[in-house]
Design a protein around this ligand. Structure first.
Ligand code: HEM
Length: 448
C-alpha cells in the first residue's frame, strides 16, 4: 500500500516541465523527513537532483532553490508574481495589512512608513537613547544569579520594541501584552486548525486582544500629542506621505514586534553562547566596549557615533547569524504559472529560497565551522550577492540596523558589566529553529 501511495503521489505531480525531485506521501509530502533529518534531507536531495528541485513540504508543493543566481532572480522579481509565501496561520494571525500579506504599491508605502521610523536622525535622537535606557535597566540585577539567557533575550527583544513603539514600560499592561504576544507567536507557527484549545485558535484570540489594546493606545494618543514614540509617528499624517489607516498601523506594529522578536532574541542568545565558547573573541569584543566606556560617565548613553564605531561587535553579530543560521531561508509563492530556470512552476507553488548552505560554503567562508568574526572586518563581505542573512531584493530586512543596534547595546552592557559561565547540560537545537528546549542557563557574576 505504501509503495502504491508513494507512486500515486509522484504521478499526481508528474507535470511536464517541473524540476526533478520527489513528492513523498499524499498530503504530508516529505515534511516528516524534512523536519526529522533537517539540513541533511535538503543536502541529500541536492546531491540527487541539483540546486533546484521539487518536494512537498509543510502542506504545499514546493520548489527548493539553492542556486545563487536563481535565488537572486526570485528575490528581485516580486512584480513578476513571486510574492511572499508564508504559511496561512502566520498571515491570518499577523493580519491582512501585515507587510508579508501586501504587495505592489501597498507594500511600498507600508515599507516606507516603517523605514521612516528608523532613519539615522531617528536612530540618534529617539531609538538609540530608548534602547540604551532599556538595556541598562534590563541588565541591572543579574549579578550572582543563574539566568536563563534564552528567556531573558526573548523578554528583551519584546520589551525593548514595546518601549520603542508605545513607550510601554514594565507594568500590568506590558505583562498582559507579553502573555498575549507569546500566544500569538505560537499560533503563527501552528497548523491552521480552527478548533477550541488549538494553538491556532489561541493565537487568533491573542491577536484580537492585542488589537484591542493597540486600539485603546491609538485613542489615547489622539487625545495627547505629548508622546514621541513609533506609534505617534505612524499616526502623524505629515510624516507619512501615505497616511496609514488605524488597521494598517495596528498590523504594522504587530509586524515590527513579530519580525524583530525571534531574530533579535536568538541572535543575542547565540552570541552569548559563542562568546562563552571562544574566550579570545570575547576578549576582543570587551576591548572594543571598554574603550567606548572609557572617558564616559556611568550614566552616559551610547551615541550614534559610538554605535557606528562598534566594528567588531557588528562582525560578532554577523558571524553569529551565519554560524547559527538564525534564518534558514525565505518563502515565496507563484501567483501564476511561470518559467524559472527553464522549468514551468505551476501557480500556487511555494518556492523555498534555502540560504542555509551558503553559510557553510568553504569557498565563501573559509573554515566555515569556526566562529571567526574577524572575517567580517572585510566590509565587502556584507555587500556580496550571496549575503542573504537579512534576506535580499525588494523585501530585504528593513529592521536590520535596528536589530543590530539592539543586539550591540545588549552586548555592550553585558560584557562590560558581567562575566559568565554556562551551568552546563542544556541542549541546543539548530533546526528547524534555533532554540534551547529547556533554556540556556548561565551563572553570572560582576566583571569588575
Ligand atoms: C538580527 C535580526 C534580524 C534578522 C536576522 C532579520 C532577518 C530578516 C530576513 C531574512 C527578512 C527577509 C524575509 C523575506 O524576504 O521574506 C526580513 C524581513 C523583514 N524584517 Fe527582519 N530581521 C531582523 C531584525 C528585524 C527587526 C528588529 C525588525 C523590526 C522592524 C525587522 C523587520 C522586518 C520586516 C518588517 C521584514 C519584511 C520586509 C518586507 O516584507 O518588505 N527585522 N528580516
Amino acid at each position: 500500500i505504501s509503495s502504491a501511495l508513494l507512486r500515486w503521489n509522484e504521478l499526481k505531480y508528474r507535470k511536464k516541465g517541473l524540476p526533478p525531485g520527489t513528492m513523498g506521501w499524499p498530503i504530508f509530502g516529505e515534511t516528516t523527513e524534512f523536519l526529522k533529518q533537517g539540513p541533511s534531507f535538503i543536502k541529500n536531495q541536492r546531491t540527487r537532483y541539483g540546486n533546484f528541485f521539487k518536494s512537498h513540504l509543510l502542506g504545499c508543493p514546493t520548489i527548493v532553490s539553492m542556486d545563487p543566481d536563481i535565488n537572486r532572480y526570485i528575490l528581485m522579481n516580486e512584480a513578476k508574481g513571486l510574492v511572499p509565501g508564508y504559511p496561512q496561520s502566520m498571515l491570518d494571525i499577523l493580519g491582512k495589512c501585515n507587510i508579508a500579506a501586501v504587495h505592489g504599491s501597498t507594500h511600498k508605502y507600508m515599507r516606507g512608513a516603517l523605514l521612516s521610523l528608523i532613519t539615522p536622525a531617528k536612530l540618534r535622537h529617539q531609538v538609540l537613547p530608548k534602547i540604551d535606557q532599556f538595556m541598562r535597566s534590563h541588565l541591572s540585577d543579574w549579578n550572582q544569579k543563574i539566568i536563563n539567557i534564552q528567556d531573558k533575550t526573548k523578554e528583551m527583544a519584546l520589551m525593548s520594541s514595546l518601549k520603542q513603539i508605545a513607550g510601554l514600560e514594565c507594568g500590568p499592561m506590558c505583562e498582559e501584552f507579553k502573555q498575549e504576544f507569546f500566544k500569538l507567536v505560537l499560533g503563527t507557527l501552528s497548523l491552521p486548525i480552527d478548533l477550541p484549545g488549538t494553538s491556532y485558535k489561541n493565537g487568533f484570540k491573542a491577536r484580537k486582544n492585542i488589537v484591542d489594546m493597540l486600539r485603546r493606545l491609538i485613542e489615547q494618543r489622539r487625545s495627547s500629542t505629548e508622546e514621541d514614540d513609533m506609534l505617534s509617528q505612524l499616526m502623524k499624517a505629515e510624516e507619512n506621505r501615505h497616511r496609514l489607516t488605524d488597521d494598517e498601523i495596528i498590523d504594522q506594529i504587530i509586524t515590527i514586534l513579530y519580525s524583530g522578536y525571534e531574530t533579535v532574541s536568538t541572535t543575542s542568545m547565540m552570541a552569548i553562547k559563542y562568546l562563552h565558547d571562544n574566550p579570545h573573541v570575547l576578549h576582543e569584543l570587551r576591548k572594543e566596549h571598554t574603550a567606548i566606556r572609557q572617558g564616559k560617565n556611568l550614566e552616559d548613553p551610547i551615541t550614534l557615533e559610538e554605535f557606528k564605531s562598534m566594528r567588531f561587535t557588528r562582525a560578532v553579530i554577523f558571524e553569529t547569524s551565519r554560524l547559527a543560521t538564525i534564518v534558514n531561508g525565505v518563502l515565496r509563492k507563484t501567483t501564476r504559472d511561470m518559467e524559472i530556470n527553464g522549468f514551468v512552476i505551476p501557480e500556487g507553488w511555494r518556492i523555498y529560497v534555502y540560504t542555509r548552505e551558503i553559510n557553510y560554503d568553504p569557498t565563501l567562508y573559509p573554515d566555515p565551522m569556526r566562529f571567526n568574526p574577524w572575517r567580517w572586518l572585510d566590509k565587502s563581505l556584507e555587500s556580496q550577492n550571496y549575503f542573504l542573512l537579512f534576506g535580499g531584493g525588494t523585501r530585504q530586512c528593513p529592521g536590520k540596523e535596528l536589530g543590530i543596534a539592539e543586539i550591540s547595546t545588549f552586548l555592550h552592557y553585558f560584557v562590560t558589566r558581567y562575566r559568565w559561565e554556562e551551568v552546563g547540560g542544556d541542549k541546543l537545537m539548530k533546526f528547524p529553529r534555533v532554540e534551547a528546549p529547556n533554556g540556556l542557563h548561565i551563572r553570572v557574576s560582576s566583571y569588575s
